[in-house]
Design a protein around this ligand. Sequence first.
Ligand code: PLP
Length: 433
Amino acid sequence: MNSLADKDRRYLWHPFTQMKDWLAEEPIIIESAEGAVLRDTAGREYLDANSSIWTNLHGHRHPKITQAIKDQLDKIAHSSFLGLSNAPAIELAEKLVGLTANLSGGKPTTHRLTRVFYSDDGSTAMEVAIKMALQYWQHRKQGRRTKFVSFADAYHGDTLGVVSVGGIELFHAAFKPLLFDVLRVSQLSELEKMMEQQYDRIAAVVIEPLIQGAGGMKLWPRGLLAELRQLCDQYNVLLIADEVLTGFGRTGTMFACEQESVVPDLMALSKGLTGGYLPLAATLTTEEIFNAFLGDYTEFKTFFHGHSYTGNQLGCAAALANLRVFEEEQVLARISSLSSQLAVGLDRLRTLPHVVDVRQCGFIGAVEVGPYPIEQKMGIRVCAEMRKHGVLTRPVDNTIVLMPPYCVTDAQLKRMLDVLRDSIRATSSGGRS
Ligand SMILES: *Cc1c(COP(=O)(O)O)cnc(C)c1O
């Protein structure tokens, strides 16, 4: 009962983990890291092939981000954002508004994201978006607009409001008694009909732009997002873009919405916001929505929402450094070249037996093995095999995700792809290859 592993098994409960399986295994206990390499307490090294659950961008211990956090720590770690403000949070808001100013790519648009509301993680950023949308319509004297439309297989986080708009049966079924009703669609044509019939009941449509993440790394048809924006405009329904995963270069552009010249009414950011260093999130919205909440105190139009750590200085300082790295180190150009290499590497996996689909969106790669029932845990088994060979990632169902940090070297990326290939071969039934 003395080793860290024993204490982990004695005291902890890990997220999205069947703890019975966990307790039967030797945990990897991470001690340090550098770039795309994680090191455990036994001195073993692993490639971080999923960027520490899709958060890390420029690698671990990037000197600029590390220094920014240390410098901020010498001033103050945290003070309340209720009734007070702070420099890093102000400067970051200005940056985020600037970065999203060109979402429409020069196309004329009546929408512009001009206001930043901070919270702590992707789930809370989306909760904020949903609550803002609902309350906005009350202020606009259209309180009948209470329905949210969301897509099959959507994932927007794990708190109850966003679980309601989520559409992953496996994760969400247990909580049904506590969830609010949403209008669920799987295609735009369904939504068109729905809008026609009951647009005046609909507050907002919620979408993960370009790619659904936890729902299986599923790509939307090109053009869908732009059509969705048009449809929302036509019926005066708000569009909420969940860019928690796609934001900050993952899909090849700073934000996924840029690729279809779409400006949403609300946009949630989190995972990569601090470069993967600290928990922080932001919900961006328009001046129109912001203005609807203005009024005399006694009208109670206030947005009654906030968290203890809202506007946290350390997180905002890390985020500012993260954005500086984007500017100073030509990160988007590097992502473009990495994405091409990933495409070549993924293409070679297509012909493997048991690979049923290979998908890519920017620097997100997904390889689906199958067809296997989920009970066979094939995704989990492939990742367990990869782990033996020093590459860490997690599957979503039967889909293995490759989403390395942007600092990954060509050789490291090649190694990730090779280990993935060998692990699929070793794991697929009978070990045939
Ligand atoms: C991860 C994720 C969330 C939830 O973010 P947390 O920080 O885990 O709460 C929401 N939306 C999308 C698209 C995500 O990938």
